[in-house]
Design a protein around this ligand. Structure first.
Ligand SMILES: [Zn+2]
Length: 418
C-alpha cells in the first residue's frame, strides 16, 4: 500500500504530540493529565497558543473546553466541529485523546495554509474531562455543550474532596455561567473525531487507519447482594447465605448471556467487586459489584439486560440473598453518518489506501453525546497491541499522519464540496 504524498505537515504534528506529552509526563512514556488539574491547564494553554499560531480564534468555555475557530464564508452556518480530549487517566499514555485534538488542529492549520475558505465555520475542540476518572463521570465537556449534564454533577467530589465546581473555578471557568457555553440546537452540523483504536483490528489487518460505523452504548449497573455472615468452619453448607457464591454465579451468567449471538460485538464485564467483611474465616455477608454491558444494537442490549436482571433475581432467591440493582449510566449506541462515511471511503481511496476497514467502537468517545445534536464520524488509528490507558500506548507518527490526512481531506470535502 502506497499512501500518496501528504498535504498535512507530519513533522509539525509530531512535534506538537511530543511537546504536549511532556506535560504531566511520568516515566519514559506515561502521562497523567487529570481533568481540570494544573497539568490540564498547562496543556490547554499550550494547545491554545498553537491554535492561535495557526490563525484560529480561541476561547476556553465554562465547561473547561478549549475551542479554536476558523471562520467560514457564512459565519452563521452550522459549525463543522473536529476534536477529542487532552485529559488522561492517572496512568495514561500519550495518544488517547491528543491525536484527535492535535490532528484536528493540523487539518485546520493546513486548510488555512492552503488558502481554502470553507463554507461554514470549522471549530477544533478539546473537550474537558472525557475520561471521567477524577469525578467518576466522564464526557463532561461534550455532554455540557449539548445540554446533557445531570442534576448534582457539579457537587461530585474527587478523592481529595474537591468538587467539580471548585475545580472549574480553580481552572478559571465560571460554573454559574455554564448555560452560556451551550450550543443551541441546530448550530453544530457535524462532529468528527480521530482516536486511537484501543483494540486489535487494524494491527491484525496491517493498515494504518479504519473508519467507524457506530459507537457502542454502555449500560452501567451496580449490584448489591446481601446474605448472612457466619463462621467458615461451623455453618453447614446447606444453610448458608453466601453472597459471594451468588456473585460468582452471576459473573458466569453474564458471561454466557452476552455470548448468545455468535459474532455480535456485545461485551459484558464485572470489573469491580467488594466483599464484606472480606475475611478468610467468615462467610461473605455482602458483595457489591459493577456491571458494564455494551452493544452497538440497543434492542439486543435491552434484551440481555432483561435476561440479566431476571438471572440476578433467580440467583439471589436460590441462595437466600437480598439484592438491589442500581443503574449508574445508560447511554444509547449511535451510528455514524452514512454521508460522512461515504466521503471518507472516497477520500481514502484517493489517498491510495486500498483497504479501509470499517469497525464499531466498543469504547465510548465524545462523539457519543455529540450524536444527540449532530452528525458524527470517527477515524481510528492503529494502536499497538490495542493497549490504552497505559504508558505502553503507542501509535506510529506515520499512521497518525495518514489518519490526519484523511481527516483533512474529509473536512475539505465537507467544507467546500470539492
Ligand atoms: Zn480517549
Amino acid at each position: 500500500m502506497v499512501v500518496k504524498e501528504l498535504t498535512i505537515n507530519q513533522e509539525r504534528l509530531q512535534r506538537h504530540m511530543d511537546e504536549l506529552s511532556e506535560i504531566g509526563k511520568f516515566g519514559e512514556t506515561g502521562v497523567c493529565r487529570l481533568a481540570l488539574s494544573k497539568e490540564y491547564k498547562m496543556g490547554i494553554e499550550l494547545v491554545k497558543q498553537w491554535m492561535e499560531e495557526a490563525g484560529l480564534q480561541t476561547r476556553v468555555d465554562h465547561f473547561g473546553n478549549l475551542i479554536g475557530r476558523l471562520e467560514g464564508k457564512n459565519p452563521n452556518a452550522p459549525v463543522l466541529m473536529i476534536g477529542s480530549h487532552i485529559d488522561s487517566q492517572p496512568t495514561g499514555g500519550r495518544f488517547d485523546g491528543p491525536i484527535g485534538v492535535l490532528g484536528g488542529l493540523e487539518a485546520v492549520q493546513t486548510i488555512n495554509e492552503q488558502n481554502i475558505i470553507p463554507d461554514m465555520p470549522i471549530e477544533v475542540i478539546s473537550f474537558c474531562d472525557e475520561e471521567g476518572f477524577r469525578f467518576n463521570k466522564g464526557l463532561f465537556g461534550s455532554r455540557g455543550i449539548t445540554g446533557q449534564l445531570e442534576e448534582g454533577e457539579l457537587e461530585k467530589k474527587d478523592r481529595d474532596g474537591v468538587t467539580r465546581r471548585e475545580a472549574l473555578i480553580e481552572f478559571g471557568a465560571n460554573p454559574d455561567e455554564l448555560a452560556s457555553s451551550e450550543y443551541p440546537r441546530g448550530s453544530i452540523d457535524s462532529y468528527i473525531e480521530m482516536h486511537i483504536e484501543q483494540g486489535p483490528v487494524l494491527e491484525a489487518a496491517d493498515v494504518p487507519v479504519g473508519i467507524v460505523t457506530g459507537i457502542s452504548g454502555p449500560l452501567w449497573l451496580t449490584v448489591e447482594l446481601t446474605g448472612a455472615a457466619g463462621h467458615a468452619g461451623t455453618v453447614p453448607m446447606k444453610v448458608r447465605q453466601d453472597a459471594l457464591v451468588g456473585a460468582a454465579k452471576i459473573i458466569s451468567g453474564l458471561n454466557q448471556i452476552v455470548q448468545q449471538e455468535e459474532d455480535a460485538p456485545t461485551v459484558g464485564t464485572i470489573g469491580n467487586l467488594t466483599v464484606e467483611p472480606n475475611a478468610r474465616a467468615i462467610i461473605p455477608e455482602k458483595v457489591t459489584f459493577t456491571i458494564d454491558l455494551r452493544d452497538i444494537d440497543i434492542d439486543r442490549r435491552n434484551r440481555y439486560e432483561a435476561q440479566l436482571r431476571k438471572y440476578i433475581e433467580e440467583t439471589a432467591h436460590e441462595n437466600g440473598l437480598q439484592f438491589t440493582i442500581t443503574e449508574d449510566t445508560t447511554i444509547i449506541p449511535e451510528s455514524c453518518s452514512e454521508e460522512i462515511l461515504q466521503v471518507m471511503r472516497t477520500e481514502s481511496k484517493a489517498m491510495g489506501l486500498d483497504v479501509i476497514p470499517e469497525l464499531t467502537s466498543g469504547a465510548f468517545h465524545d462523539a457519543l453525546p455529540m450524536a444527540q445534536v449532530s452528525n458524527i464520524a470517527m477515524i481510528f488509528v492503529q494502536s499497538k497491541d490495542g493497549i490504552s490507558h497505559d504508558p505502553r500506548e503507542f501509535s506510529t507518527s506515520e499512521d497518525i499522519a495518514v489518519g490526519t490526512e484523511l481527516l483533512y481531506r474529509t473536512v475539505v470535502k465537507m467544507g467546500t464540496g470539492v
